[in-house]
Design a protein around this ligand. Sequence first.
Ligand code: HEC
Ligand code: HEC
Length: 365
Amino acid sequence: MAVFINTFRHNNLKTVPALLLLLTLGMGACQPTEDIDPTTNDGVAELMKTPAHFPALPDVSYNRQTIEGVRLGRKLFFETSLSGNNQISCVTCHLQEKAFTDGVALTTKGQSGALLFRNTPGLTNLAWATNGLFWDGGATNLESLSIGPITHLDEMAQNILELPAELAAKENYVQLFDAAFPDEKATGITTPKVLKALAQYMRTLNSGNAKYDQFIQKTAQLTEAEQRGMAVFDAKCATCHQRSQHLFTDNVFHNNGLDSEFTDISHERAAQGRFRITFKNEDLGKYKTPTLRNLSFTAPYMHDGRFKTLEEVLNHYASGIKASPSLDTSLRDFTLSSQEKSDLLSFLKTLDDESFTKNKNFKSR
Ligand code: HEC
Ligand code: HEC
């Protein structure tokens, strides 16, 4: 166990079997209550509704979402006791008003103050991200993912063997864990339960009420520029940023031509993309297609935050795509005219959803 904790690195695939073991230990026959306490109206039930035009929620029977579980996860997401020095929470880097990003290219907000080598992604519609998490897919599910930031020395640097006792010493947590995992009261507060509650909460961070969504639900009209932008988008962007399920991602890894060489092996191979997980040449420079929702709040862009504005992003697609053997075939000989760029910008703005960035229910009352 000690070896596992000391060697754990963020999204290192080698730890996944250990993580699964760790999680399995906490996964007894769990039959959480479906009752909603009528006396509590703290917005959790509201959070658990998913947008009507979205696909059905993927099966998470191993960690079924309950009001009590989400409530606990919501508190933990803001809990600085999850970090070694008790000063850092998930929110330190995932700010709601920035659609759960942090506004910088690479952050130094972790406990060590060292630079992280990937841009903090937004946490949006992750319930449907069933093909791996992190930019390179280094985490398999939302449950195992959180152990990365919690234990990484450059993030929250927590000793997870000490975490349960730290939480137990704080007000309310024993009751909240009992309520969230009623069939496992005997084991008290455990790290797997922390991970499961955080995952239940993260599956409520759903954005589906932008102007685009109102258009899909026929309650709003798009302007002519927005409609032209949508047509360009469908022709040139939607193969990866898929629109069919309104998630704007295909959950697949692609090389979108940011670089032509992937020889830098420093920083845990952060610049090699999915290759660092699979060690297949075809995965050099491939990253998970990010959603394009809420882009007005999530700058800077790309896995290393290299583009400060959407104009820079569109200039990349218009004339900056770099060739390499793993470059996606759909992006070879790719161009955008200035009219297409300006129409695309109009369309992308229809994906901004302030009911997401300002939803009070994401915070504990
Ligand atoms: C010090 C900053 C920092 C803190 C604190 C932090 N994160 Fe992150 N988070 C990041 C960065 C950077 C990435 C991207 C890492 C990568 O892809 O390699 C990330 C990625 C993620 C992702 C993946 C999203 C996706 O689309 O694949 C999730 C989920 C996540 N973090 C949840 C959390 C949770 C839960 C906590 C608290 C337990 C947390 N983070 C704490 C910086 C942070
Ligand atoms: C071949 C698949 C593919 C196509 C086609 C594609 N993208 Fe992307 N897009 C990606 C991937 C993969 C990334 C992440 C790359 C990275 O960070 O290294 C990305 C990143 C982005 C980002 C940054 C998002 C963020 O949160 O950092 C924007 C904006 C974007 N694409 C818009 C577009 C637009 C507009 C088009 C059409 C002109 C388009 N993309 C076409 C795969 C694609």
